[in-house]
Design a protein around this ligand. Structure first.
Ligand SMILES: Cc1cc2nc3c(=O)[nH]c(=O)nc-3n(C[C@H](O)[C@H](O)[C@H](O)COP(=O)(O)OP(=O)(O)OC[C@H]3O[C@@H](n4cnc5c(N)ncnc54)[C@H](O)[C@@H]3O)c2cc1C
Length: 407
């Protein structure tokens, strides 16, 4: 039995042969990724007719490793692939998938998410950005905020109100908006940790082709729920691992990733750097302090339960179930871990923890942790909202009173 479990899945040999035959390190990045996408080996769990092979989700990691072992690079990564692509796979027409999926996979097009507004975050359905039909186009005006990566995006997934008369959820539509137009103004926001990863986006009669409406007019809320479920369950978008060789194609992929992930360089600090807690405690001789030991134990407890939740979520995916409330449990776990880690770091370092500068011991990373972890409790749905989801959908508690909302 153990032998069976260790056996490689049957498709691995076929993929290795394909990669050995086709990988050309001197080629160009988009050309290689186009070939990889068309072969289905770049996203093996996707449907066969859309750049995949209908293999189980576990095949994604297996195939990435095969590419890595062959010295080859895989598909583009980021918001485009983990939020936009799954939404399009579920809701877009074949024409829309034909137009948008391949440039997402090759990295030719970068995307951002234009959902939140100054008056609509947790209560997203209160959004006020308007879209009006004008012939073959929609004309969009309003303001979005906290839009990560919008300063570099070619397209955005955008929610706008198309009907003021129907209930607030039913009046929303989901659009794919080209960002490179004069009517879209992107203004970076300066964060308290010194980075500028998200933006305000002002739309002043921006134009969107009618063909870029996803699903029906007024059906945008249901489409957005798919995006949000993927956002909660995607715990993070890690920078891909690159093979250790200096081929032009690998260098091009690294350059692309460096540029993309520069926006998110503070995300590991946002997660609290839990793995640094114990080494820091040992380095500074605080490992026997009962308060520190208690915090280290709590962080380890959270890490272990998070592994189990992730396993449960992958088992649910393997069984063909869409992302469910376990995404909220995982997300809340990450927030609690981040907060506890920040507390442990400051307990260990005391006032030194707030110092910045290269001469600081151990280094300025911890100061960045302390001012970045609050974002973990907000991005992708706040802790309180995750608790509501867990209370209502997992524990079966009565629904929160909705006041003037129409849910
Ligand atoms: C790092 C980061 C990246 C982000 N990236 C994007 C992006 O790319 N695109 C995008 O569109 N948005 C993005 N956001 C925005 C994010 O989705 C919103 O900030 C989030 O949904 C919360 O909305 P809000 O900021 O308006 O807070 P509010 O909704 O105003 O909440 C304020 C407080 O009230 C609490 N609260 C609200 N409603 C309830 C309730 N019903 N019950 C109990 N408590 C409640 C909240 O938990 C919070 O503590 C990002 C945010 C961060 C921090």
């Amino acid at each position: 039995m153990a032998g069976d479990m260790n056996r490689e899945p049957r498709y691995t040999e076929e993929m290795r042969e394909w990669v050995n035959e086709r990988w050309d390190p001197a080629g160009d990045l988009v050309g290689w990724r186009t070939e990889l996408a068309r072969s289905g080996w770049g996203n093996p769990s996707w449907p066969t007719e859309w750049f995949g092979r209908n293999l189980p989700p576990s095949s994604e990691a297996v195939c990435r490793q095969i590419l890595h072992d062959a010295g080859a690079v895989g598909m583009a990564s980021g918001v485009s692939t983990y939020l936009v692509a799954p939404t399009l796979l579920e809701w877009a027409t074949d024409e829309q998938r034909d137009q948008f999926l391949l440039p997402i996979l090759t990295g030719a097009h970068k995307w951002c998410q234009l959902f939140s507004e100054p008056g609509a975050g947790s209560d997203l359905a209160s959004l006020a950005t308007r879209a009006e039909r004008d012939g073959d186009e929609w004309v969009i005006s309003g303001q979005k905020v906290w839009n990560s990566g919008a300063q570099k995006a070619d397209f955005g997934i955008l929610l706008a109100r198309t009907n003021n008369d129907s209930s607030k959820h039913q009046g929303i539509s989901f659009f794919l908006i080209p960002m490179q137009q004069a009517a879209v103004e992107v203004r970076p926001l300066h964060q308290m940790n010194g980075h500028s990863s998200f933006n305000e986006v002002f739309l002043d009669e921006a134009r969107v082709p009618a063909a870029n409406l996803i699903s029906q007019e007024g059906d945008g809320w249901r489409v957005a729920l798919t995006t949000l479920a993927h956002e909660r369950s995607a715990v993070a978008t890690p920078r891909p691992k690159f093979p250790v060789n200096e081929s032009p194609l690998v260098k091009a992929a690294k350059r692309e990733a460096d540029e993309y992930f520069a926006t998110y360089s503070w995300y590991p600090q946002r997660a609290g750097r839990p793995k640094l807690v114990l080494p820091q405690a040992r380095n500074l001789g605080r490992q026997n302090d009962p308060l520190v030991r208690n915090l280290v134990a709590q962080i380890e407890e959270l890490r272990r339960t998070s592994v189990w939740t992730t396993k449960r979520a992958s088992a649910a995916r393997r069984a063909g179930r869409p992302p469910g409330p376990e995404g909220s449990v995982a997300k809340l776990n990450m927030s609690v871990t981040a907060k506890k880690s920040a507390r442990a770091h400051s307990t260990i370092l005391g006032t030194h923890g707030v110092l910045t500068g290269t001469s600081v011991t151990p280094n300025e990373l911890i100061a960045e942790v302390l001012v970045s972890t609050p974002a973990q409790s907000i991005a992708g749905g706040t802790d309180e909202i995750q608790k509501n989801i867990i209370g209502e959908r997992v524990l079966g508690l009565p629904k929160e009173p909705k006041g003037n909302t129409d849910e």
